[in-house]
Design a binder for this molecule. Structure first.
Ligand SMILES: O=P(O)(O)OC[C@H]1O[C@H](O)[C@H](O)[C@@H](O)[C@@H]1O
Length: 447
């Protein structure tokens, strides 16, 4: 079985095997909390057995719904933010042609666009303008059903779809994914009679990519969600014991040893532009899970070799408080060789005949050596290829490691109390009903 692999040898000049081993006791307790629900936030462990417990019936239902949208739409807008956006975006980007956005959307192979992940007036204006002559559908995703950004986008696009198609037809092209009972989106979906999928109570948004939240948009583009779940199920099985053969356990112990040694920032590094949004998904997963009680590794991400020409200087030579986790993709999908040129005016003949990826891999290896020499420890994660199965493995690997790591750190990895503070201020500033006192207080501060 081909699988992802974690190699920690390039951290050993900063932390010793003993430093890592010393955390294995805490790591074993942390894994036990994740597996047996004995730690803080244990109401949110629904993701742990999700891959092996996902039913064929659910996958059939998601695929049938995706097929319906594929048959009727050339464009599907997935509306959502945070965990209701990043997982689908990450997987779709990782699997898609880099220029898919510039090819016309056709029925049967719709484009998935995203909305509700920002409050950009021009973004929404331009999206609506683009959709004017499109046969579009909507997947609206919000676990709470009350998040402001997707609610604004949905209000606009629902109105547009209804005016383009009529209310009855529009209802057939809208799918809502939300809580089983609670929230404004659930009430609205019931009222309108939309097709719905449920986000289980015990799966937090940032752990929801392997539920309909991620699976439906991914299936709409035409990717194999069964293979994604199969890969995750393999990793579920491979991460159940507290030993170094469990990659999530090894990664969680290693990153905490590095944190304890003063490495406060982790940079997720890729050498493949298709993994940019995977970095964004990972940042939410680790940032919201660990950044609390004034603790936690700061999760950052770079896309190399692009960012070697911008952030590379800082990483090589700046403050030595960082470590890197490199996600390396072994096999590429296509072959492309560097041609030979008789005049050789650009001086590139020394690499003529080589695969582009061979050059990329030497950039990667050269960078890893330079960074490790420069005092930046590196964890190396290899992924056999950008395919559904391995992405499923990688997703689950990071999720399981995140639960273990958060418990080793001593926080509740499954809440996010800190994100409410800005919302309270925003609602107060917008004079949302129910926030009268806060409105008065914040206005007084601004005088
Ligand atoms: O799915 P929703 O309830 O709309 O939430 C979307 C996102 O927004 C919140 O503010 C949380 O910080 C995230 O964890 C969540 O993924």
């Amino acid at each position: 079985m081909k699988t992802i692999n974690v190699d920690i040898k390039d951290v050993l000049s900063t932390v010793s095997r003993d430093d890592i081993n010393r955390l294995e006791g805490e790591g074993a307790e942390a894994l036990d909390k994740v597996l047996n629900g004995t730690g803080a936030g244990s109401d949110f462990l629904g993701w742990v057995n999700l891959p092996t417990e996902t039913t064929e019936a659910l996958l059939d239902d998601i695929i049938a719904c995706a097929d319906q949208l594929r048959a009727t739409c050339d464009t599907v807008v997935a509306i959502g933010i945070g965990g209701s956006y990043l997982g689908a975006k990450a997987v779709i980007e990782a699997l898609s042609d880099s220029f898919a956005a510039y090819r016309p959307g056709v029925q049967g192979e719709p484009k998935v666009l995203f909305a509700g992940q920002n409050i950009g007036e021009d973004y929404l204006y331009e999206l609506q303008d683009y959709l004017k002559d499109k046969r579009f559908g909507i997947i609206v995703i919000s676990k709470s059903g009350t998040t402001t950004e997707p609610a604004i986008a949905f209000r606009l696009l629902k109105e547009q779809l209804e005016s383009q198609l009529g209310i009855e037809e529009a209802r057939k092209r809208i799918v809502a994914i939300t809580d089983a009972q609670r929230g404004a989106l659930r009430s609205l979906a019931t009222e309108e009679g939309y097709k719905t999928f449920v986000i289980a109570d015990n799966v937090g948004g940032r752990f929801s990519v392997l539920t309909p939240v991620g699976l439906l948009p991914i299936a709409v583009v035409g990717y194999d969600i069964r293979a994604l779940i199969d890969g995750a199920a393999e990793m579920e099985k491979a991460t159940s014991e507290a030993n170094d053969q469990n990659p999530s356990f090894l990664y969680a112990c290693t990153r905490n040893a590095l944190y304890n040694a003063g490495k406060k920032t982790e940079i997720l590094v890729n050498y493949n532009p298709k993994l940019h949004y995977f970095g964004e998904w990972w940042k939410q997963l680790y940032g919201e899970s660990e950044g609390k009680d004034h603790k936690g590794i700061f999760p950052a991400a770079v896309d190399n070799s692009t960012d070697l020409h911008s952030m590379g200087q800082w990483i090589q030579d700046g403050e030595r408080t960082i470590f890197e986790t490199v996600v390396s993709v072994e096999e590429q999908k296509y072959d492309k060789l560097i041609p030979s040129d008789e005049a050789n005016l650009d001086g590139l003949n020394y690499i003529a005949g080589k695969h582009i990826d061979e050059v990329n891999k030497m950039a990667e290896l050269g960078t890893r050596i330079a960074h490790v020499d420069g005092g930046v420890p590196n964890i190396l994660i290899t992924l056999p290829a950008l395919r559904e199965k391995y992405l499923g493995q990688l997703i689950y690997f990071f999720e399981k490691a995140c639960g273990i790591s958060g418990y080793i750190l001593g926080v509740n990895p499954f809440n996010q109390p800190g994100v409410e503070d800005y919302k309270r201020n925003m609602f107060a500033l917008l004079a949302k009903p129910g926030y009268e006192k806060e409105t008065e207080a914040i206005q007084a501060r601004l005088k």
